[in-house]
Design a protein around this ligand. Structure first.
Ligand code: NAP
Length: 277
């Protein structure tokens, strides 16, 4: 019977109307001529378990998960990947035919793939990476940079205790700085990553001293609305290579799409245009 079903996937969150994921996956479905669909699914916390158990019975082959469900799905899934366990959150679910739910996290993959695509000369062993922020996205970025071979992570967060917790979890290659010292931290880094929501539409601007930026430094912002943040503008003026956050969103969708629909999709200019349209 499953042979006759149109494979469905979607993104589960609350709120969800703003999500760019449906545009992304529908662009790929059309590009590769796949008879499937990808829909936004507004699901409240109390309904998450019930919805996840029902989706495979309705022809869903998997789903993305976003705020506020990325941690809660770990308890509901039947199997959690090592990456998702280490990061402490999942963003991609795969539904097996027997209804089993596999949870994975592709944010770190998306982050690194975007960095490599946007800054082809970037190498993890170039030097320390400065990470601003210690929320959910920072966890994925730190796990990924350490795994890639970055010698040291210099970490600052407004709420210092959260940065200290990450250091205790991820070890001595993470060095914590006070938030007010972020400028010094940036000066010592060859990679700078903003993982805070500062600079995003509706949030205050990221106002850390940037005069220490070196031209050799690669600077990337996870914020992608606006595409060109104050941080990226200033970094470009300082001669740095800059990588915007949209590519991370696009690349993190690749492993899920491949597992659900059987084609590894390409992230190119047409993908960016489709999502921004
Ligand atoms: P989160 O868990 O809520 O963490 C938010 C972070 O921002 C924390 O470090 C927080 O510091 C900091 N922050 C918020 N307001 C601040 C302020 N006024 N001053 C200083 N620091 C402040 O959120 P998240 O899931 O990590 O997401 C963070 C950002 O990354 C969002 O803009 C999100 O859209 C973006 N993101 C992008 C992608 C992508 O694909 N490009 C993927 C994931 C996330 P405290 O700990 O002190 O509160």
């Amino acid at each position: 019977m499953s042979l006759h079903r149109i494979p469905l996937a979607g993104v589960i969150g609350s709120p969800i109307a703003h999500s760019k994921s449906p545009r992304l996956h529908r662009h790929w479905l059309a590009k590769y001529g796949i008879a499937g669909d990808y829909v936004p699914l507004h699901v409240e916390k109390d309904d998450l378990r019930e919805v996840l158990r029902a989706l495979p019975k309705m022809g869903f082959v998997g789903a993305n998960v976003t705020i506020p469900h990325k941690v809660a799905v770990l308890d509901i899934a039947d199997q959690v990947s090592d990456r998702a366990t280490l990061i402490g959150a999942a963003n991609t679910l795969i539904f097996h035919e027997d209804g089993k739910i596999i949870a994975d996290n592709t944010d770190g993959y998306g982050f690194l793939a975007n960095l490599k695509q946007g800054a082809p000369n970037w190498r993890p062993d170039l030097g320390p990476a400065a990470v601003l922020g210690a929320g959910g996205a920072a966890r994925a970025v730190i796990v990924t940079l350490l795994d890639a071979g970055v010698p040291e992570i210099l970490l600052a967060n407004r709420t210092r205790t959260k940065a200290d917790i990450l250091r205790s979890e991820f070890g001595s290659r993470v060095r914590v700085f006070e938030w007010v010292q972020a400028g010094n931290m940036i000066e010592a880094a060859t990679t700078v990553v903003n993982t805070t929501s500062l600079g995003m539409v509706g949030s205050p601007e990221l106002r850390v001293p940037l005069d220490g930026l070196q031209p050799r430094t690669v600077v990337t912002d996870l914020v992608y609305n606006p595409l060109r943040t104050h941080l990226l503008d200033e970094a470009e003026k300082a001669g740095c290579t800059v990588v915007d956050g949209l590519g991370m969103l696009l690349h993190q969708g690749v492993p899920g799409f491949e597992r659900w629909f059987g084609v590894r999709p390409e992230v190119d200019q047409a993908t960016r245009d489709a999502v921004l349209a």
